[in-house]
Design a binder for this molecule. Structure first.
Ligand code: SF4
Length: 103
């Protein structure tokens, strides 16, 4: 009986500690690589000034992830998730062909 109570208490403490740290694990988004096939397809560059302007003529100077409507961070956030890339993080100074100016 004493043993069951002890196991219950230990189990509860482990559960609480796990719950306290799980959110950090769940939101640790992966950084988008420029060589990721979906990034290549949309011409993503971590530095918008390096965009291939011949291949992606839609790009205009001043367009960056930080002022795109898909960017999940504020304008001053260095990196943030982008739903076009399954929530992987992109650079605020980056750009891809899915760019839509934030309203
Ligand atoms: Fe950046 Fe917008 Fe392209 Fe996402 S959709 S990578 S925020 S330009």
């Amino acid at each position: 009986m004493q043993s069951n109570r002890r196991e219950f208490i230990v189990g509860s403490v482990v559960g609480l500690v796990s719950a306290a740290f799980l959110p950090h694990v769940a939101y640790a988004a992966e950084e988008l690589s420029e060589t990721d096939p979906s990034a290549v397809a949309l011409g993503y560059r971590a530095d918008a000034t390096k965009v291939d302007k011949v291949k992606f003529p839609k790009y205009a100077t001043g367009q960056v992830c930080a002022n795109c409507q898909f960017y999940q961070g504020s304008a001053s956030t260095r990196t943030a998730a982008c739903p076009l890339f399954n929530g992987k993080t992109v650079e605020g100074a980056g750009w891809c062909n899915g760019y839509v100016k934030k309203a």
